[in-house]
Write a protein of this length. Structure first.
Length: 107
């Protein structure tokens, strides 16, 4: 008696089926749009976005900069430079001893 099932789909889907299909397709389209917007603009939906930002910049001490310039010009000896840098709060390690040049091989 019912060739295509008891719900009578042998006459094709009814108007309710078309409305449900349209709602389902609209939901899929909206989901795709939401994913694309969230991918392009991470904070678009109110989600917190954490930006790393630039690395912290250490402030330059002008007194230490001037001290380095004076040492580079030769106005100060190493001992004077190390003492003044320590007084400014920047302790300096002593310089490494000079490496002797390699001896020439005996001929």
């Amino acid at each position: 008696m019912y060739r295509y099932g008891p719900l009578g789909f042998h006459h094709g889907p009814g108007p309710l089926a078309w409305v449900l299909l349209a709602l389902f397709l609209a939901a899929i389209v909206l989901a795709v749009i939401a994913v694309v917007r969230l991918w392009r603009h991470p904070g678009a939906f109110g989600s917190p976005v954490v930006h790393a930002g630039p690395p912290p910049v250490h402030p330059v001490d002008p007194a230490l900069s001037e001290l380095r310039v004076r040492y580079a010009r030769g106005d100060l000896t190493w001992e004077e430079y190390a003492q003044r840098a320590t007084n400014l709060g920047f302790p300096v390690a002593p310089p490494a001893p000079p490496v002797p040049p390699p001896s020439a091989p005996a001929a």
